[in-house]
Design a protein around this ligand. Structure first.
Ligand SMILES: [Zn+2]
Length: 136
């Protein structure tokens, strides 16, 4: 279900860049000081959807986080979702798993593993940090 949704997003917006898709959908993306534990979160206050990203993340981490929070904005638009923290990466929470799966499939897009490429190599090539490969 998240895979289908991710592919629809890519076709609609002509890109799999979460930042470009967020901009086109009028979702505000803020890079902020969020401390050491929090990677990002999604908020919807007074119907203003905002993706918050920790400004100290690496480029790969920031893109994954924006894809995850975009997942919330698409799948759970009216909900203020919990902080994506280092200790909640493996969360069994349904909303979290859905956002992770959408993020993984958005970043994969229409890419496919090349011959001889392992699943791990393939997902890294798509920009997905190793800790999130479990959501593939
Ligand atoms: Zn989340």
């Amino acid at each position: 279900m998240e895979k289908k949704k991710a592919r629809e997003l890519i076709l609609t917006h002509g890109t799999n860049s979460p930042l470009e898709i967020a901009t086109e959908r009028k979702i505000v993306v803020l890079f902020e000081h969020l401390g050491k534990q929090t990677w990002g979160y999604y908020s919807n206050t007074n119907r203003l959807p905002v993706i918050h990203i920790n400004n100290r993340l690496s480029r790969e981490q920031a893109i994954y986080t924006s894809a995850h929070e975009l997942g919330h904005a698409i799948l759970h638009p009216g909900i203020n979702t919990p902080f994506l923290r280092s200790n909640t990466f493996y969360s069994v929470d349904k909303l979290e798993r859905q956002a992770h799966r959408l993020a993984v499939h958005l970043l994969i897009g229409f890419n496919a593993p090349e011959q001889g490429e392992t699943k791990q190599q393939f997902l890294l090539r798509c920009g997905i940090p190793e800790i999130f490969h479990i959501f593939y």
